[in-house]
Design a protein around this ligand. Structure first.
Ligand code: GAL
Length: 338
């Protein structure tokens, strides 16, 4: 072979090797996934984490591909999360699965991922559109917040139509409610608050807001707020609308401490403790996302990214980027259980 031919063959080999990144299917027998959770003490996120661990094992058994899940908690700090992402990249993670701390500031994560050529599947805290549009290898798995809120409002509308006396407890023709809201910066808080109330109005439930407050998704914060409201408005509260189950449980804790009975409390998430409270009738209702599907979508999308495959067809993506998980109303059946 002439020197020129040897050079051409070598150059062709090099080109082949360098083309094996994103977009090319690879034969892999193990996948390393770097997962960062915004906090480790959030009930809903912890439910998701456990299902993710189970499903990763199940996938491993079925596919024969080893899944290494490196799950870290960012303790509510975007800085910590950015450092975790750097570490994941230095450990050669094939793909990242990120529950952003600050959804308005996902650019740090995206910059690092883009530079290293590592795809990212975000979930639960939706980065702003401008950030999501920066690269083709960014995905989001979540729940449509407006749909959640409309379902939450609908459960009270339906109940009011069937049994107005079980919602308007004092029979004065007005349902007086308090509102518990999640973090101000979270896309779900504003939309859930606005659309649950709008749905009640559209459904012709005569409502009046007594007061409301931000309890950042947390049971203890909600419990403290509710304790204050019970003291201020001792016999006025008929309904507690909460942006999530944990805050609804906090309100129930305060009602039980004050020995106030009959107040209807509704939440969102269908977490394990939320479902227990629903079963016992302490929680009137919740809107529950299909968590199995939610996690399957995250994992299947993540694995397809790692293998350089097209996103799985079973989880249709809107705009090629977003998977919206179905959800349902779960309500404590008064007739059946009393
Ligand atoms: C919401 C969920 C909350 C909390 C929050 C964290 O979607 O309803 O309970 O987990 O996400 O981002």
């Amino acid at each position: 072979m002439t020197k020129l031919k040897i050079f051409l063959v070598l150059a062709a080999c090099l080109l082949l090797v360098s083309c094996q990144g994103i977009g090319k299917e690879e034969e892999k027998n193990s996948i390393r996934i770097g997962v960062s959770l915004y906090r480790g003490d959030d009930t809903f996120i912890n439910n998701i984490r456990s299902i993710m661990e189970e499903k990763a094992k199940e996938y491993e058994r079925q596919s024969g591909i080893k899944i290494i899940l490196d799950i870290q908690e960012a303790k509510g700090s975007q800085n910590i999360q950015n450092n975790q992402v750097e570490r994941f990249i230095s450990l050669d993670c094939d793909v990242l699965c990120i529950n952003p701390v600050d959804r308005m500031d996902a650019s740090g994560v995206i910059d690092k991922a883009m530079t290293a050529g590592v795809p990212v599947v975000f979930f639960n805290r939706q980065p702003v559109e401008e950030d999501m549009n920066r690269w083709d290898h960014l995905y989001y798995v979540g729940v449509d917040a407006k749909e959640t809120a409309i379902l939450q409002g609908k459960m009270v509308v339906d109940l009011y139509r069937e049994h107005p006396e079980s919602v308007d407890l004092n029979g004065d023709g007005v349902v007086s409610y308090v509102m518990l809201e999640g973090e101000t910066s979270h896309q779900d808080s504003l939309i859930r608050t606005e659309w649950s109330v709008q749905t009640l109005k559209d459904g012709k439930v005569p409502i009046e807001k007594i007061t409301g407050g931000i309890a950042n998704w947390e049971r203890s914060q909600a419990s403290a707020l509710m304790e204050q409201w019970i003291a201020e408005y001792p016999s006025d509260i008929e309904l507690v609308i909460s942006n999530n189950d944990d805050m609804a449980l906090g309100a129930i804790d305060a009602l039980e401490r004050a020995q106030v009975t009959g107040v209807n409390v509704i939440g969102i998430d269908g977490t394990t403790p939320g479902l227990e409270a629903l079963e016992s009738g302490r929680l009137l209702g919740t809107v529950s996302v299909d968590k199995e599907l939610y996690v399957s979508a995250i994992l299947e999308l993540t694995v397809s990214c790692a293998l350089g495959q097209e996103p799985p067809e079973e989880y249709p993506l809107s705009d090629g980027t977003y998977y919206w998980t179905p959800q349902e109303i779960l309500i404590h059946r008064i007739e059946e259980n009393q």
